[in-house]
Design a protein. Structure first.
Length: 399
């Protein structure tokens, strides 16, 4: 090898030559397994447990890019190969398929095999591959460690063309592995909370209490799980948009200047870990369970012409609707508040008008004060107070 070749690649080529690796071979399967045996093996493998996390963080990015995503075991066997069908078809021509082994001992220098051999993340570009059929490809891979033992349990790899030769490809894989290892560690300590993983098809979201957001799975299930503000925001947005939201839409609804797509996918992955992998589907993100919420209850109360006084009291407290700075949550709150106001003024019920004009949202609502004055009978002791408030608002806003 020329001296310009990186030492990690040069050393790997030397090991490949010493082991007599066939430079014309792709991945092979020296350990024979039936289809049934392989299916059972990979389902039981610990890296399969974090497959949904990896999918949510990476599959959207590689869609239509000609790149495949692979998860291996600790000997380089490809347990999962994912991506668009055309990309997987191309990869199959070098036998980069589920069940094949891509260790350094079998194929020579390649990113998954080299990551296992060195225990470090690595990128292998085109001609750096030992096997000639693979030299049109580039790959980036990083090992995944068991949080309890520190042992490598497998590798996450992306394989494709020139796009995978860029430095960001290896950085992306490293970032995903960091998230995955945190998820593995969290799973190791959270499995005792069985109610979290209740497989009921209904769930309840509560977000209107002050600084307290909760998720409850299953009808009448005890307890529930406390949610972070960000997770409560995501769930409420997905309930509000049942048709689903893609990564970019969700990112723009969570912050004025958007949220990094990787951050969005990481939060979705944490939600799946905490609430169950079956709660949120991808592409677009959408709820797969029937979700009710206290915000939804208010909408129904308004739509069904119910008593508006408790609705006004509830939005006066606000909970997440007031505490969140997410643009999407602000829009939900604005719609809800306008729906209440419209009904209060249109129906002219004195109790509702009193509650609205006494609330933080309606105390400066000149139209509501005028409607209340009109609804109070002549001679009512409160008409003078209402008239005074109207004159103040007239002066304040120059009406």
């Amino acid at each position: 090898m020329p001296e310009t070749v990186r030492s990690v690649v040069r050393d790997s080529w030397a090991r490949s030559l010493e082991r007599g690796v066939d430079p014309g071979a792709g991945g092979t399967s020296p350990l024979e397994m039936s289809d049934e045996e392989f299916a059972r093996y990979r389902e039981a493998h610990p890296i399969t447990a974090v497959r949904p996390v990896v999918q949510s963080l990476m599959l959207d990015d590689i869609a239509d890019s000609g790149v495949v995503l692979a998860l291996t075991d600790n000997v380089g066997r490809l347990l999962w190969v994912e991506g668009e069908s055309s990309a997987r078809d191309r990869a199959s021509r070098i036998n980069f398929v589920e069940g094949s082994v891509w260790s350094e001992e079998v194929v020579g220098t390649n990113a998954p095999g080299l990551a296992l051999a060195t225990g470090k993340s690595v990128q292998v570009v085109g001609p750096e591959h030992f096997s000639s059929p693979v030299q049109e490809w580039s790959c980036a891979a990083a090992p995944v460690h068991d949080p309890a033992t520190g042992h490598v349990i497998g590798v996450i790899d992306v394989t494709g063309g020139r796009e995978v030769a860029a430095p960001f490809a290896l950085a992306a894989v490293r970032s995903v592995v960091a998230v995955v290892e945190r998820e593995l560690k969290a799973r190791a300590v959270d499995l005792s909370q069985a109610s979290t993983f209740d497989t009921g098809s209904q769930a309840r979201l509560t977000v209107l209490a002050d600084n307290s957001y909760r998720w409850q799975r299953g009808v009448g299930a005890p307890g529930g799980r406390a949610l972070s503000r960000r997770h409560a925001e995501i769930l409420l947005l997905l309930q509000h948009y049942p048709e689903g939201l893609n990564t970019e839409q969700l990112a723009l609804m969570l912050a004025d200047d958007g949220v990094d797509p990787v951050t969005v996918r990481a939060e979705i992955s944490r939600l799946r870990r905490d609430l169950g992998n079956d709660v949120i589907e991808s592409r677009p993100y959408r709820l797969t369970v029937e979700l009710s919420s206290d915000v939804g209850d208010l909408r129904e109360q308004i739509a069904n012409h119910g008593d508006l006084v408790p609705v006004i009291e509830a939005i006066g407290r606000g909970g997440l609707l007031v505490e969140s700075n997410a643009p999407g949550i602000s829009e939900i709150f604005e719609e809800l508040r306008e729906d209440v106001r419209s009904r209060v003024i249109a129906e002219g019920q004195v109790a509702a008008l009193r509650a609205w004009t006494s609330s933080v949202h309606g105390r400066d609502d000149l139209a509501a004060w005028r409607r209340l004055e009109h609804r109070l009978p002549v001679g009512h002791p409160d008409r003078a107070l209402v008239g005074g408030r109207i004159r103040i608002l007239d002066r304040r806003y120059g009406v």
